[in-house]
Design a protein around this ligand. Structure first.
Ligand code: HRO
Length: 320
């Protein structure tokens, strides 16, 4: 990394200073303490823990993640992990010993019920930590459960209850939307809640089906092969969602997630309106060494274009 890079990429998220705008996507490299420690040591500007439930979960049967390797097809992944996690108390204990000087930590909660979320929110509030709360409204992979982000009434109720329980700023992880009316309605609900300080767009595109041509078989086992899509397939959908909520929620920060494997992709997310940019599939495939690579690439693009800070071009997407 050039000496210029830290200066060029330094930014702020909700007034927290960050060395750079890159972080992991929840679910990747963040399920156990050793991975969280590796992220703390990495060049990422911030980090988020695996979405957790009140009780530990084993998740769905394997194989439940497959990379789509980019040979004869775009690069990406399909997963139906089914929320395997060590349980809320494990991540709370990690949050109590996290080095916040090194980088901010987001704690992602994905309770199986509203009550479970409220129990975890209460405990996190009582712990009085500098960790940032994110509520995952978009896990696509728990058999029999639909995504809260696709049920606007349930989403409204969740935001009302978490706002009154937590009484501090928090964020939500949204599923991708594909209809202008849904962008409008979701944003209108989010804007009712001033404590919703940030919005992460997008979770994986839910319930895709990847098939192996030779064996004529699904690539993953759970849910007859249906799973969440990540990687190259989802970048344009992610950019659309980042920009849609950036335009509609001017008081909130946007975190971009989806299809980032290079400095170019990170630049596009920031141009669309993202303050932080998450890396999922590519981090899983490449490891935390991806952060300095993407930073170097992002900085090189900025130097070439004459930008001296990411704040200069955030949200400055031009239209025809
Ligand atoms: O664990 C998962 O199956 C999972 C979760 Cl919680 C999520 O939010 N997004 C995803 O693609 N997988």
């Amino acid at each position: 990394m050039s000496n210029l890079t830290p200066h060029l990429l330094a930014t702020q998220f909700l007034e927290l200073p960050l060395n750079n705008p890159l972080m992991n996507a929840s679910g990747v490299w963040c399920s156990v303490a050793s991975q969280l420690e590796a992220l703390t040591e990495s060049a990422a500007g911030a980090m988020v823990s695996k979405s957790c439930t009140l009780q530990p979960r084993d998740g769905n049967p394997e194989p439940r993640y497959r990379v789509l390797d980019g040979e004869n097809q775009p690069f990406g992944s399909i997963n139906s992990m089914g929320l395997p996690n060590e349980g809320f108390n494990y991540y709370l204990r990690y949050a109590q010993r996290h080095d916040y000087e090194a980088k901010p930590l987001f704690i992602s909660l994905s309770g199986l019920t509203l009550d479970d979320n409220l129990t975890m929110v209460d405990a996190l509030k009582d712990a009085v930590l500098p960790a940032l709360l994110e509520i995952n409204l978009s896990c696509p992979n728990v058999p029999g459960k639909s995504q809260t982000g696709y049920d606007f009434e349930a989403m409204d109720m969740m935001l009302a209850e978490v706002s009154s329980g937590y009484q501090r700023g928090f964020g939500v992880k949204l599923p991708p939307y594909f209809d202008m009316a849904h962008f409008d309605e979701a944003a209108e609900i989010l804007n009712r809640y001033p404590l919703v300080a940030f919005v992460t767009c997008i979770n994986s595109i839910g319930n895709a089906l990847a098939i192996d041509l030779d064996s004529e078989t699904t690539l993953i086992k759970p849910k007859d092969g249906f799973g969440g899509l990540g990687g190259d397939f989802v970048l344009p959908t992610a950019l659309a969602n980042v920009n849609a909520f950036y335009r509609r929620c001017p008081e909130k920060a946007i975190i971009g997630c989806g299809g980032v494997k290079s400095g170019r992709d990170a630049f596009l997310h920031i141009l669309a309106g993202a303050t932080l940019v998450q890396i999922g599939t590519s981090l899983l495939e490449e490891g935390p060494g991806i952060f300095p690579r993407v930073q170097t690439e992002l900085a090189a693009i900025m130097v070439k274009k004459g930008y001296q800070s990411v704040d200069e071009f955030r949200g400055k997407l031009k239209t025809l």
